[in-house]
Design a binder for this molecule. Structure first.
Ligand SMILES: Cc1ncc(COP(=O)(O)OP(=O)(O)O)c(N)n1
Ligand SMILES: Cc1ncsc1CCOP(=O)(O)O
Ligand SMILES: [Mg+2]
Length: 245
């Protein structure tokens, strides 16, 4: 099946990732001297996070990917979705059904071609990075399931950052998306701290992608809960009861 044909199938039309409640927080791993990726995933899922991205820039490792995938699928109290940064082939090998692709990674359209070739199009999500409205438009046209739009501010977690957007940048880009009738879910990312959640959510984004603010917190489990509650204050969800978070 060609990509264009796929985009008109129910899977293609339904390719936008569906985010409610606890998965409007996307936690992105970042190995430190204190925590491994699996340590971090265990902490944030204990704090109620149900959407993690395994990002291993220095040490891409299939065994780690398999361990994190297994934990999120079988050992996690909540039904947690797992995404792998950069490497679609490793996602296939690890049994991970979401890949996040940046502007220097494999094109979103090529990822879908390979996913369709394996008959996994009903299972998979493909996320894309954007720094401008034009990046969002291109990724949406190529079939992206969600967008990581950033960076919000300078961060040491990612090298070679694109130009910092700031709050005004999100306001402008989200307005362009509304004017263009784009509905693709957009996550803000890049140096985001707890205090940034409210103003960013008020620009109309779907959620927040974060790494350091949670990893570096005194209590990452409680900080995860705090982030989820704050994000959800700005995305009323009639069928959600946050009292358990
Ligand atoms: C949700 C989300 N948004 C953006 C990124 C950045 O991806 P990329 O541009 O490929 O950079 P690296 O993460 O590979 O350094 C992301 N990973 N997740
Ligand atoms: C992966 C990525 N892409 C843009 S900024 C960033 C790092 C996010 O981590 P932090 O929340 O620690 O800034
Ligand atoms: Mg990448």
């Amino acid at each position: 099946m060609e990509l264009d044909d796929f985009l008109y199938t129910s899977a293609g039309r339904g390719r936008y990732a569906c985010f409610t409640g606890t998965n409007r927080l996307m936690f992105i791993t970042h190995r430190t001297d204190k925590y491994t990726e699996l340590d971090e995933v265990k902490m944030v899922t204990k704090g109620g996070c149900t959407w993690v991205q395994l990002r291993m820039k220095e040490n891409l490792n299939l065994e780690v990917a398999k361990a994190v995938a297994h934990f999120t699928m079988f050992d996690c109290d909540t039904d947690c979705a797992c995404c792998l940064d950069d490497d679609l082939e490793m996602a296939f090998k690890a049994g991970i059904h979401c890949v996040h692709l940046g502007k220097n990674d494999m094109p979103v359209s090529e990822a879908w071609r390979r996913i369709i070739e394996k008959g996994k199009e009903d299972l998979f999500l493909v996320g894309a990075t954007a720094n401008t409205f034009e990046d969002i438009l291109k990724a949406d046209r190529e079939g992206a399931s969600y967008i990581g739009l950033g960076p919000y501010r300078y961060t040491e977690t990612k090298k070679n950052l694109s130009p910092v957007l700031g709050l005004e940048g999100y306001r402008k880009i989200m307005e362009q998306c509304r004017e263009a009738g784009l509905e693709i879910p957009i996550f803000a990312i890049g140096g985001i701290e707890f205090e940034d959640i409210a103003p960013l959510m008020e620009t109309g984004i779907e959620g927040i992608a974060v790494s350091g603010a949670i990893i570096n917190a005194e209590d990452p489990v409680e900080e995860t809960r705090r982030f989820i509650r704050e994000i959800n204050k700005h995305k009323p969800d009639p069928c959600r009861d946050d009292s358990e978070i």
